[in-house]
Ligand binder design. Structure first.
Ligand SMILES: [Zn+2]
Length: 305
């Protein structure tokens, strides 16, 4: 039984006995880890106040080799999540990150990049680094980067099924099962399709290409292939004569396919960017729900963001 040192984000704390807790953390070096924290509920706990949800802690734990639960022996608080007392929306945003980490990652499967990304976005949400209005976009950025790190980033630049390049500015079909956009020919046999507007797709490509959100501030182009496609797409936008000449065109949707196609409701009052942002967030929420097989509980609390 080895004593391991790492840093972790507290995801869940469950009282176990009068004095102990079961603590789940997403750690930098070991991924998701669940340990017993003996004495954590005593007035003078050896863990002090480190074991709060969303807190960042340096920990030492005894890692048992079998399926047995590890034993937490030290937890020192590095940073507490303070928004709980300031903004309910930011608290929900933080809880949503916890829910995603809990449901999208496996025990003992480390993703150091996801750990760094998570601590970064939690810090942003918990500070005045970003305004209230930017919290929703920060979450969308986080969702997409998380999908990328975990190998689930949808294909957005060509048909995920046959590889055909997208060359029009028409609406596209996004296949939740297929994991990306589908051309007219491939859409026929697919179920679970969501229709995405050209503005929505462009917005999505800009985020993934690092042109919208936190990445643009850091000039951190986190996905070069999308950057390239974005430039192509912007050129295509100017070539109106291409509209409708490609099997990606939404105009020639077969009646069968359109029955299966769910058009996301669109808000016609807001600005275009706002509308695209909302459309894309709804799409990504549907995609994550599809990947997980259930809808994250926190979705309904994120409506104000
Ligand atoms: Zn295709």
């Amino acid at each position: 039984m080895a004593a391991e040192k790492t840093t972790g984000i507290v995801l869940r704390v469950i009282p176990f006995s009068e004095t102990s807790c079961i603590v789940t953390m997403f750690t930098r070096d070991f991924g998701k880890v669940t340990t017993m924290a003996k004495g954590a509920r005593r007035p003078k706990s050896p863990f002090e106040a480190a074991l709060d949800v969303l807190a960042l802690c340096r920990i030492v734990f005894l890692n048992k080799n079998s399926d047995a639960m590890g034993l937490l022996t030290e937890a020192k608080l590095e940073r507490r999540f303070r928004s709980a007392t300031r903004s309910l929306d930011r608290l929900y945003a933080g809880y949503y990150i916890v829910e995603l980490l809990n449901s999208m990652t496996d025990d003992g499967d480390p993703h150091p990049e996801l750990f760094e990304l998570s601590t970064q976005v939690i810090r942003q949400i918990d500070s005045s680094e970003i305004s209230d209005k930017e919290v929703g976009l920060a979450l969308l950025n986080y969702e997409l980067k998380m999908l990328s790190i975990l190998g689930h980033l949808p294909m957005l630049t060509k048909c995920v099924s046959c590889g055909r390049e997208k060359t029009t500015i028409a609406r596209v079909s996004f296949g939740l099962n297929a994991g990306g956009i589908l051309c007219g020919a491939c859409r026929g046999g697919e179920s679970n399709i969501v229709s995405l507007s050209p503005e929505g797709l462009q917005f999505l490509l800009k985020i993934v290409g690092g042109q919208i959100g936190e990445q643009s501030r850091n000039s951190d182009n986190w996905n070069g292939q999308y950057q390239e496609q974005l430039n192509i797409n912007e050129n295509v936008n100017l070539s109106k004569e291409l509209v409708g000449e490609d099997s990606f065109s939404g105009a020639e949707a077969e009646s069968q396919a359109s029955e299966r196609t769910e058009v996301l409701e669109e808000d016609t009052t807001g600005k275009e960017a706002d509308r695209s942002s909302k459309e894309v967030r709804r799409l990504i929420h549907k995609y994550i729900t599809h990947l997980l097989g259930f809808q994250p509980k926190l979705y309904k609390f994120l409506r104000n963001l």
